[in-house]
Design a protein around this ligand. Structure first.
Ligand code: GDP
Length: 442
């Protein structure tokens, strides 16, 4: 690679950067300096990595896609109709009317329906998780509980599969999106709505929808949306937002903004086709005063909801579920099980703090070295001093010895001088001795 970079720096690449577009090749150029150690190469053709997205596409199409959507809301709000409308498939059979409240089960049930659907050769395995009974009881205080448990048990199952020795076939049953159906009352969110969203927003991508929007006027819908958004913000509820990226084109950004501007989506569902007064056959609901068209953006937000859930952001929903919602849950779960993580390993390094730390350590090292040097110096000085003292004493002793000797010599000479002056013999002792000897002899 470095070689091809060097060639491009040197202007050897073909004008369009792709050469003749034939097979990929890296051709060495005629080197003008054969002794040079740098072998320059020229990118002549199309290498092919621009085809990577197509490879991913082919692989994904072969494998198919898997998506799980959950629908939550009171009975009769049009959940099954909307799912059938969204995926253009009679996923849900027509429902039996609800039994009288005394005969209904006392808890929220969780039911899932799976279907393989195919569009233009792309397969999607869709699972819809329904929550019949939600909000249908006299006391709905804990309606959210079985739903949270269900979502968590799906996370559990994924975690268990991840921890297996063989992770080749992980089945992803996690809920990727939750359509929360709000009753078209026109007031504001009910306690049950707030409670549900508060409990669920950290575990699932929440997409709020206003059910049966054809029962309200445009003005009512606009006001209702404002109140709902205010309630959501007031309760710090996080709902799924269409993401935008820095390098995206204006059209995509405008599309994301349009989608975001419609939340909560005011939807109308219908799996039937009806005739419009101008003779068209459309999916919609016919009323004596006219036809509400499901796929007409002037009539409702169904198209924008489908765009968010299916056409544009299905992959984002899956990704956010995996990277954020599941990851947070997994961390909490493992920590609660006592699997601690050494966070210092991941500690962000602050360069200023790091420099300060290094400076302090360096200063401490210098101070230690200085103290050691001082000690050695003092020791040496002491040794020198004691040596000097010793030699001074020796010198003094020698000096004294020499002085004494000189003194003695001087005294002897003085004595001799006196003797000479007084005429006495220089060696009186000898003479005296001789005399004495002689005296004794005589
Ligand atoms: P679910 O219990 O929430 O699944 O509701 P269903 O989908 O079974 O719908 C209940 C009733 O509402 C059915 O009679 C549907 O035809 C009707 N319905 C569904 N969607 C709409 C809608 O958008 N507007 C109106 N006006 N009625 C709807």
């Amino acid at each position: 690679m470095a070689d091809s970079y060097s060639s491009s720096r040197n202007g050897d690449i073909s004008p369009n950067g792709l050469g003749n577009g034939s097979s990929p090749s890296l051709v060495p150029t005629q080197s003008t300096a054969p002794l040079s150690s740098v072998i320059r190469k020229k990118l002549m053709g199309y290498v092919g990595f621009a085809n990577l997205p197509n490879q991913v596409h082919r692989k994904s199409v072969r494998k198919g896609f898997q998506f799980t959507a959950m629908v939550v809301g009171e009975s009769g709000l049009g959940k099954s109709t909307l799912i059938n409308t969204l995926f253009n498939t009679p996923l849900y059979p027509p429902k039996e009317p609800l039994p009288p409240s005394a005969e209904r089960p006392k808890t929220v049930a969780i039911e899932s329906i799976g279907a393989d659907i195919e569009e233009n050769g792309v397969r999607l395995h869709l699972t819809v998780v329904d929550t019949p009974g939600f909000g249908d009881f006299v006391n709905n205080d804990e309606s959210w509980k079985p739903i949270v448990e269900n979502i968590e048990s799906r996370f559990d199952s994924y975690l268990e599969q991840e921890n297996r020795v063989n992770r080749m076939k992980i089945v992803d049953n996690r809920v990727h999106a939750c359509l929360y159906f709000i009753q078209p009352t026109g007031h504001s969110l009910k306690q049950i709505d707030v409670e549900f969203m508060r409990r669920l927003h950290t575990k699932v991508n929440l997409i709020p929808v206003i059910a049966k929007a054809d029962t309200m006027t445009d003005e009512e819908i606009a006001e209702f949306k404002e109140r709902i958004l205010a309630d959501i913000a007031h309760n710090n509820i996080h709902i799924f937002q269409a993401p935008t990226y820095d390098n995206e084109d204006e059209e995509t950004i405008a599309e994301a903004e349009e989608i975001a501007g419609k939340i909560p989506f005011a939807v109308v569902g219908s799996d039937r086709t009806v005739n419009t007064p101008d003779g068209r056959k459309v999916r919609g609901r016919a009323y004596p005063w006219g036809v509400v068209e499901v796929d007409n953006e002037d009539h409702c937000d169904f198209v924008k909801l489908r765009q968010m859930l299916v056409r544009t952001y299905m992959e984002e929903l899956r990704e956010y579920t995996n990277d954020v919602l599941y990851e947070n849950w997994r961390t909490e779960k493992l920590l609660s099980m006592g699997v601690a993580q050494d966070s210092t390993v991941f500690k962000e390094i602050n360069p200023a703090a790091r420099l300060q730390e290094e400076r302090v350590m360096h200063e401490a090292k210098l101070a230690k070295m200085e103290a050691e040097m001082k000690m050695v110096f003092q020791q040496k000085v002491q040794e020198k001093e004691s040596k000097l003292k010793q030699s001074e004493e020796e010198l003094y002793a020698r000096h004294k010895e020499m002085k004494d000797a000189l003194e003695k010599q001087r005294a002897d000479l003085e004595e001799k001088k006196k003797r000479i002056e007084t005429g006495r013999p220089l060696t009186p002792e000898k003479n005296a001795t001789g005399r004495r000897k002689g005296f004794l002899r005589t």
